[in-house]
Design a protein around this ligand. Structure first.
Ligand SMILES: NC(=O)c1ccc[n+]([C@@H]2O[C@H](COP(=O)([O-])OP(=O)(O)OC[C@H]3O[C@@H](n4cnc5c(N)ncnc54)[C@H](OP(=O)(O)O)[C@@H]3O)[C@@H](O)[C@H]2O)c1
Length: 244
């Protein structure tokens, strides 16, 4: 689950009826609505594969193999709020193998979010976030860094089955539709920074996977400017005070 998904993969391809099984490098498919991506570990060879090769059914070119066993490596994860935490969350989610959806209140962070590893971008000023996520099959995890109770409330509608809304921003009371959560076995989780061992693991992952913190440096005497850059949402992506 922790490895980066490559762009291409090995596959045995039958190019036309009666053609041999030929090993090729092919693009890794992107899961669409209701689909998941599985890394195949082994595959039984069935007599039906022979009939497929002979053109008894199906179309060509064709990658045979229906008795596979493997691990699910891709469902979808969404990040709401592309700021200091959010720009890191995008990188972590993508490097963990998730289809990673950036949800942002404007289109101004689209290029950055895609460069950081987002596979999809939703400008929530133009598109309903929950509906957009449902169009993609529903999110398995939504990480909310946006400090907005109304936004959090609405995101429950974007969860898929057994999906989890993970809230990082403290905003006080938030109403949640428990009927929607019950229907999908969904959950809401609020999480602090975590234990020191969590930090060690997070840093270790960041070093191994190349997660980068993008910062704007401010001298200590410009601390007021540094915080204004955060509250006005212009910093990309973390204000940092340097002692020079
Ligand atoms: N749980 C923890 O351990 C922990 C740790 C650190 C921080 N926090 C909290 O997590 C939150 C995010 O921290 P941060 O440092 O990432 O903040 P940040 O850099 O300001 O990023 C927050 C992002 O949320 C979006 N946003 C801001 N105001 C919004 C609003 N009214 N409605 C909807 N979206 C809004 C913006 O993203 P877009 O422009 O993309 O919409 C903004 O860039 C804060 O509340 C902070 O106190 C929690």
């Amino acid at each position: 689950m922790a490895s980066t998904i490559p762009d291409t993969m090995k596959a045995v391809v039958i190019s036309s009826p009666g053609a041999p099984f030929t090993l090729k490098q092919v693009p890794v498919p992107q899961p669409t609505h209701g689909e998941i991506l599985i890394k195949v570990l082994a595959c039984g060879v069935c007599l039906s594969d022979y009939f497929v090769q002979q053109g008894a059914f199906g179309t060509f070119p064709r990658i045979p193999g229906h008795e596979i066993i493997g691990v699910v490596i891709k469902t979808s994860e969404a990040i709401q709020g592309i700021g200091g935490l959010g720009h890191l969350a995008i990188q972590y989610a993508r490097r963990m193998g998730f289809r990673t959806v950036a949800l942002s209140t404007s289109d101004s962070k689209k290029d950055s979010a895609m460069q950081l590893g987002a596979t999809d971008y939703v400008d929530t000023s133009k598109q309903d976030a929950a509906a957009a996520l449902q169009d993609m099959g529903g999110a398995s995890l939504i990480v909310v860094t946006a400090p907005n109770a109304q936004v959090m409330s609405g995101l429950v509608g974007g969860l898929g089955r057994l999906g989890k809304l993970l809230i990082l921003a403290p905003v006080g009371d938030v109403p949640f539709d428990t009927a929607k959560l019950l229907n999908i076995g969904g959950s809401v989780h609020v999480w602090p920074a975590g234990h020191v061992l969590d930090s060690e693991e997070a840093i270790d992952f960041a070093v191994r996977q190349g997660v980068e913190c993008l910062v704007e440096r401010f001298p200590l005497e410009k601390a007021e400017d540094a915080i204004k850059a955060v509250t006005s949402n212009v910093v990309r992506f973390r204000s940092v005070l340097v002692m020079v």
